[in-house]
Design a protein. Structure first.
Length: 365
């Protein structure tokens, strides 16, 4: 009999979390696992990446406290009769009580970061207290980075039996640039991510201008920022205001991330917080060195001057210095890119991630 797994997410738009779910689903359908996705709101832009036999539902949750969405979920779960209900991030953890009432044998919740754009929480303490209560209904609480594992133990009081660390997995065949040939001679930096405040693109653009001023030889260098979000207009205005139109490109949504990475030389993150950044792992799989701040779980995947440059967070001058260093030491950076690929192969393969989740799912009561 197939193992029935329901994935409950706030939405299924374009993002790192959604790519993790796609990787998990598409690489386990051959294991006699039947997957369904339920979203709270009607945003399914990333669904085209799923295998065609994955069922997709929407609860049409209204703004604010929509208690009827719990009832709609209960009825849907009773119809599907899943063995496993897997929720993701704070926006869905409250529905684990519904999964328990509906009779799901295994209830898994995964945290991909402590930030939440779905709920307005008055204090971090209130945020954590609610998770503690909902954890009562869980078999497993999954985190994707070691800093979140420490947080789960110290702040949420979760036992090792319940708290599980599972790193995000990358498709090594999809993200591979060993045979790529760049179409441009320009030295190209790339950043992939949503255009939101936490990604700190404003600092990155300013640091890139500073790098161009510090190193005249970088006059032909490019910075590509791929992604959509509410800050797109303000970032474009910043680029134009700084006279960087010939150097910085905001290319919007990128349907083919491997291609963009394959045409670049260095991947850059400027975020104020990251748990386990999928885009950085994808870049490493493509043999790109990574420049990133020491925040969240980044330091567990990036070792300074081994597979990239690890810098102080939210520091414009340090970011500019790292950009210049990368340009001036291109052979060294290429070697770092090879080390990054080796790390992903050892620790962050999609096969390893999928096996860990399947092991949890099959612990039926």
């Amino acid at each position: 009999m197939s193992l029935k797994v329901v994935h409950l997410v706030y939405s299924f738009g374009i993002g790192g979390l959604e790519r993790v779910i796609v990787n998990l689903i598409n690489n386990t359908t051959a294991l006699d696992v039947q997957h369904s996705i339920i979203t709270l709101v009607d945003d399914h832009d990333f669904a085209s990446h799923l295998e065609p036999d994955v069922n997709l539902y929407c609860l049409d949750k209204q703004e604010g406290k929509d208690l009827m969405s719990h009832w709609r979920l209960f009825k849907l779960l009773r119809k599907i009769k899943p063995d496993v209900v897997h929720t993701y991030n704070f926006g869905t953890i409250e529905y684990q009580m519904v999964a328990w009432l509906a009779g799901a044998s295994i209830r898994v919740h995964a945290e991909h970061g402590k930030e939440s754009s779905y709920k307005k929480i008055e204090t971090p303490r209130k945020y954590e207290q609610f998770r503690k209560i909902m954890a009562i209904f869980l078999n497993y609480f999954v985190v994707v980075s070691k800093d979140l594992q420490t947080w789960g133990r110290s702040r949420l009081g979760l036992s090792d039996d319940k708290l599980k660390l599972i790193f995000n997995g990358i498709s090594l065949s999809e993200f591979s640039s060993g045979d790529r040939e760049k179409k441009s001679d320009s030295y190209t930096f790339v950043c992939v991510g949503r255009l939101v405040d936490v990604k700190n693109h404003t600092l990155l653009i300013e640091a890139f201008r500073s790098a161009l001023q510090k190193e005249p030889a970088m006059a032909g260098a490019k910075l590509i920022i791929a992604g959509e979000g509410p800050n797109q207009n303000s970032l474009q205005a910043q680029v134009e205001g700084l006279g960087l139109g010939a150097h910085v490109s905001l290319v919007g949504h990128c349907a083919d991330v491997p291609s963009v990475l394959g045409q670049s030389d260095v991947f850059v993150l400027s975020s104020k917080y990251e748990a386990m950044p999928m885009t950085a792992l994808e870049a490493m799989a493509c043999r790109l060195p990574v420049i990133a701040p020491k925040v969240g779980g980044v330091e567990y995947i990036l070792e300074n001057k081994v597979n990239g440059l690890l810098i102080e967070a939210n520091n414009l001058s340090k970011m500019a210095e790292a950009l210049v260093y990368a340009f001036q030491h291109q052979d060294e950076l290429r070697s770092m890119g090879e080390q990054g690929r080796n790390l992903v192969e050892r620790k962050f393969s999609v096969d390893a991630m999928c096996q860990r989740y399947i092991d949890l799912y099959q612990q039926r009561s």
